[in-house]
Design a protein around this ligand. Structure first.
Ligand code: PMP
Length: 294
């Protein structure tokens, strides 16, 4: 991933992609004092950019640091990265981390750095998407919110995601479904989950994982179509009642789920409708998106 053309924004300046290297004694690498975002641009507009920027700033605060740029500056930097690289449809990855000024659990002397990279990512709302993905049940559970700042998009919280995804892939699944510490359905390793049960959408209360920006967008899209949406604690046994299941996330967009462990689902009409509604929304101007957002 490090050997390609392009420019990466780093602490206020643009650096060539291949030269955007970090010192090995960076605190963020040793102690996971790092937070990041995952954003998508469609037709040149970063979808819900300010929401992502606000979450990035808030993620840092939850890890005890202030990113030394304003939301306006971060938004402008994300757009600059898109423009200098000539992308219209892309994934944007801002990352903030504690630097190499001090290497111990205490890190009061470290500087907070911010880098923003982007890579071309054409969107794939084609017919293929309706095939859906498969999820294996993860052995690892989401940490309880009393054990970690679970509302932060913190690098350290992804360790169990990678472990869970690798285990699921080894069993032939596309991704893993994780439970909360007390056994409720939580989320996939990089996306939130929804179940259609008796004509209503049910999605887990985000008490130990990200309340995703896509999740909230999809809830608004469903309600705009008079589909009731219930946020609640969901037991794994209830999943068998679902007639449709889908994931929602910036990278996943709206993706049908066709299997969870031994349970099989047929991607259906509501999922198709929400895919189309989401596809239309992400192509609207930022002003139009703001008007429609929940
Ligand atoms: N959960 C996890 C673990 C994620 O990585 C993501 C992607 N950021 C989400 C949920 C969905 O969040 P969003 O819709 O804001 O991308």
């Amino acid at each position: 991933f490090d050997d390609r053309d392009g420019m990466i924004w780093w602490d206020g300046a643009l650096r060539p992609w291949r030269e955007a290297n970090l010192h090995v004694l960076s605190h963020g690498l040793h102690y996971a004092s790092a937070v990041f975002e995952g954003e998508r641009a469609y037709a040149g507009n970063i979808f819900r950019l300010r929401d992502h920027t606000n979450r990035l700033i808030q993620s840092g605060k939850l890890l005890g640091f202030d990113i030394p740029y304003t939301a306006d500056e971060i938004d402008a930097a994300c757009n600059q990265v898109l423009e200098v690289n000539g992308f219209t449809d892309a994934y944007i990855r801002p990352l903030a981390w504690r630097g190499s000024e001090q290497l111990s659990v205490s890190a009061q002397q470290t500087k907070i750095h911010l880098a923003i990279a982007a890579w071309a990512w054409p969107n794939l709302f084609g017919a293929d998407r309706m095939k859906g993905v498969t999820l294996g049940m993860a052995k690892w559970r989401r940490p309880d919110p009393r054990t970690a700042p679970t509302a932060s998009k913190a690098a350290g919280l992804y360790m169990i995601g990678t472990l869970s995804k690798h285990a699921a892939e080894a069993e032939g699944f596309n991704d893993a479904l994780m439970l909360t510490l007390d056994g409720h359905v939580a989320e996939a390793t990089g996306a939130n989950i929804f179940f259609l049960i008796d004509g209503a959408l049910h999605t887990p209360t985000p008490d130990s994982f990200l309340d995703g920006i896509t999740r909230r967008t999809v809830m608004a899209l469903a309600r705009a179509r008079q589909i009731p949406v219930h946020e609640r604690l969901i037991m794994p046994e209830e999943m068998a009642q679902a007639t449709e299941v889908f994931l929602a996330g910036t990278a996943a967009e709206v993706t049908p789920v066709r299997q969870i462990g031994d349970l099989h689902f047929t991607p259906g009409a509501l999922t198709r409708t929400l895919i189309d509604d989401y596809d239309a929304l992400v192509r609207m101007s930022p002003a139009e998106v703001a008007k429609r957002a929940a």
